[in-house]
Design a protein around this ligand. Structure first.
Ligand SMILES: Nc1ncnc2c1ncn2[C@@H]1O[C@H](COP(=O)(O)OP(=O)(O)OP(=O)(O)O)[C@@H](O)[C@H]1O
Length: 244
């Protein structure tokens, strides 16, 4: 479980977070929605201890990432906007490298590479070096790396960008498998279709503050609007940062 309470963060004069609070539960896929610049990536970076907060409380399975980032990082898979692939490594070599870094034994690692290859349909790029990979291929490999060591908490920053229809379906299957395994998944996205198809709970943030949290249906009911996209616009009070 991931808990955030009254978290604030400034970058110089820019207030990136101005009192964000929410809870993301195990066995659920929680969407993090907000206009461009709302503070989503800042929050995710804070959860893995890459950024320090100015104030507030954060707990990942009860542990504060500001105090014990190494323990928290072992339990978190973080898909960032920086994929960090190595041009000269094949997908298999890359996954093996990260599995070894995470202390996986050889037999488990080989089995797990087969599993994520199947889950994310990586067969055609498994033995290829990543130099020249398309955006969708890069994100699939980065997602495979994120899932590889079976972290209990997953932070996915816009995982569906650049994915074709088949890969989008593969991502949905991966999210469903993580939910069934009882993982806590937070997914920052601008794609409302992904929220309605994959997410149990939605956090809406705007100007660094949480403005709403609830199921997609409850947010629609609360605003009296049938479409989640329109409900989101009403909640944040702007039409910025939306794509379908
Ligand atoms: N390192 C930094 N230095 C200065 N300002 C920053 C830094 N990181 C983030 N910000 C600012 O903090 C605010 C929140 O940024 P953040 O990247 O968290 O937004 P976001 O919700 O992820 O946006 P997007 O949907 O566009 O990815 C923005 O105004 C951004 O310019």
């Amino acid at each position: 479980m991931i808990e955030i309470q009254d978290v604030t963060k400034h970058f110089g004069k820019v207030q990136a977070l101005a009192g964000a609070s929410f809870t993301a539960r195990d066995g659920q896929v929680t969407a993090l929605l907000g206009p461009n610049g709302a503070g989503k990536t800042t929050l995710l970076r804070m959860l893995v201890g890459l950024l320090r907060r100015d104030a507030g409380h954060i707990a990942v399975d009860g542990i504060d990432p500001g105090r014990d980032p190494m323990t928290v990082r072992r339990s978190i898979g973080f898909l960032t906007d920086q994929f960090g692939l190595y041009d000269k490594l094949t997908t298999r070599e890359y996954l093996r490298y990260f599995g070894e870094l995470n202390g996986m034994d050889a037999a488990d690692l080989a089995r797990r590479i087969d599993e994520v290859t199947q889950l994310l349909a990586l067969e055609d790029i498994l033995e290829r070096r990543s130099k020249g990979f398309s955006q969708g291929q890069r994100i699939k490999v980065a997602l495979a790396r994120t899932l590889l060591h079976r972290p209990r908490n997953l932070l996915l920053d816009e995982p569906s960008r650049g994915l074709d229809v088949m890969s989008t379906r593969a991502l949905r299957r991966a999210l469903a498998a993580l939910r069934a395994d009882g993982c806590c998944v937070i997914m920052a996205t601008h794609v409302m279709q992904e929220v309605t198809s994959s997410c149990d709970d939605v956090i809406v943030i705007a100007n660094g503050r949480t403005v709403a949290q609830g199921t997609p249906q409850s947010l629609c009911e609360r605003t009296g609007i049938a479409s989640l996209e329109d409900a989101f616009v009403k909640l944040v009070g702007t039409e910025e940062g939306i794509s379908v």
